[in-house]
Design a protein around this ligand. Structure first.
Ligand code: A3P
Ligand code: MG
Length: 421
């Protein structure tokens, strides 16, 4: 799920985002120091049970917004280290064959998002849980590229603290503002790297299995919009008469750092700027979205408070600079298309009273990763620390050995254990 030609200071501000000081030259001033991190930890790890009885299970992490209102943490500009594709049958390819190209729509698009729902829609099987498998395949296929000073050390073959999907990080960023849906994140420490893989909650499974027909159709609308807006080649045109197959995906793999957490994550990218002179990835990528048309002030306020939070979090993480949104009516007709620069979203929402703040999102994510690092200490591929969160509660966790939650496949463990490269 993840093409801006400008190299202006605003564009580069996401190298180290600061809502108050957006000039690129100022970013070093906002560095998040170790002292600050230490103080934050001290406040947020609380004991809720007698420590001598069960010290592990007593650890919790607050998700209250006010705890995370501090300077924006250091977030290095994400660098694309590779990409991969999943074809119409969800087969993995270590290349960009599924990358599509953004085609600017006409003045009056009038796209019918319902077209083809019954006849030209192949839906990915959501019962198949892929966990981190595609990313792990990519890591094995690109080990030489990822080799570092630590690579010679067999006990620490990967130079990253965390490996995960972008979508899991998006959920963490939005947690302090989420009031409806909880999450479960399985964490395994293996050769020094922490792998984070989501587990579907019971509530999410029930919702998925009982999705009303209208919601099923509306899920299609987002993909259909992509088809209207993308071509398979840089000089091609969209093919709205084709099949929408949601098995197909192009994923970027980026590396970055959030304070002292070295991250490697992957996220789906909808398309890229078709200009060959556009900046290098991820700066040339474009995220596509659909949303209900805005007809009243209350709808605009909700759009700012809820939609823009999710859109910002999803694209900010991998350094995707813009979202192109199709606003549609109740019948799925796109009535307008608007571009949102990710670096300008915090300005757009500043008049909303008591609105979400990027710094709260990033500081919570950062502290969650510190919490995971501190608690998930056993380096064992069959041990899972299951972190769990429900709205209005603290984050808690439980530990599971050789359970249904284990997610690192044997082929990955074997390859990472046996060969140095
Ligand atoms: P929208 O983007 O218009 O919401 P993404 O935007 O992340 O690339 O995802 C593409 C489309 O997948 C979405 O279009 C939506 O139709 C569908 N989709 C993704 N996540 C979803 C979710 N959690 N629930 C329902 N639909 C989802
Ligand atoms: Mg999209």
């Amino acid at each position: 799920m993840d093409r801006n030609r400008s190299r202006s200071p605003v564009t580069s501000s996401h190298r180290h985002y600061s809502p108050s000081r957006r000039e690129a030259g100022n970013w070093r001033k906002n560095n998040f120091d170790g002292e600050h991190l230490g103080a934050a930890n001290h406040h947020q790890y609380q004991s809720s049970a007698a420590p001598e009885q069960s010290p592990r299970r007593s650890q919790t992490l607050s998700t209250r917004r006010e705890v995370y209102e501090r300077d924006f943490p250091l977030y290095k500009q994400p660098v694309e280290v590779g990409s991969f594709s999943l074809d119409s049958q969800r087969r993995f390819f270590n290349d960009s064959r599924q990358l599509r190209y953004y085609v600017e729509p006409g003045r009056n698009p009038n796209f019918d998002l319902r077209d083809g729902y019954r006849e030209r829609y192949v839906r990915r099987d959501e019962n198949v849980k892929e966990k981190l498998d595609h990313i792990l395949r990519w890591i094995l296929a690109n080990r030489s590229k990822l080799k570092s000073k630590l690579a010679a050390n067999a006990s620490c073959p990967l130079d990253f603290d965390f490996v995960t999907w972008r979508g899991h990080l998006t959920k963490l960023l939005t947690t302090p503002y989420e009031t409806k849906e909880g999450w479960l994140l399985a964490v395994t420490r293996f050769k020094g790297t922490l792998y984070i893989s989501e587990v579907e909650t019971e509530a999410a499974r029930r919702e998925r299995e009982n999705r009303p027909e209208r919601n099923k159709e509306m899920m299609y609308w987002g993909y259909k919009f992509e088809q209207y807006m993308c071509a398979d080649n840089a000089d091609g045109e969209p093919d709205p008469g084709g099949v929408v197959n949601t098995n197909e995906a192009f994923c970027t793999v980026v590396q970055t750092r959030l304070t002292d957490h070295r991250l490697l994550f992957s996220g789906e990218v909808d398309c890229r700027d078709r200009d060959p002179d556009a900046p290098a990835p991820p700066a040339c990528y474009v995220e596509l979205k659909t949303s209900a048309e805005i007809c009243a002030p209350k709808q605009r306020s909700n759009f700012h408070r809820f939609k823009l939070l999710k859109w910002w979090a999803q694209s900010f993480l991998p350094g995707v600079p813009k979202v192109v949104a199709g606003f549609r009516d109740h019948d799925g007709i796109v009535v307008s298309v608007e571009t949102f620069q990710i670096s300008k979203i915090s300005q757009l929402i500043k008049n909303e009273h008591n609105c979400w703040k990027p710094t709260v999102c990033m500081n919570f994510c950062c502290d969650f990763l510190s919490f995971v690092k501190r608690e998930a200490t056993a380096d064992n591929p069959s041990v899972v620390y299951l972190f769990s969160w429900e709205p209005h509660k603290d984050v808690t966790y439980s530990v599971h050995r050789d359970s249904q939650y284990s997610f690192l496949p044997n082929w990955y463990i074997k390859e990472m254990t046996s060969s140095p490269e």
